[in-house]
Design a protein around this ligand. Sequence first.
Ligand SMILES: [Zn+2]
Length: 99
Amino acid sequence: MDIKEFQELMRKLYYIKDSRRGVFKTYLWLIEEVGELSEAIRKGRKDDIASEMADVIAWLSSLANLLNIDLNEAILKKYGKGVCPRCLRIPCECEEHIR
Ligand SMILES: [Zn+2]
């Protein structure tokens, strides 16, 4: 399953619920999942980290669906050239705080 297929799956599974919840509350759920990812990393449990990463992408996909954004297109537009979009180098040579 690629990113486009995954986003479409999230649409089939959750779009009705996501629409009822709305953009901002869906965004809050994404942030909550990022917090859970942080906790999993802190505890160092690899299975939990992987599971939380999946949840983060799922909620990001829900948010993208609500905002009518194609994540695959967005990724390709920004990173499709295979170089850092800012410094155009491989690997990136930007200052650490810039990405
Ligand atoms: Zn760079």
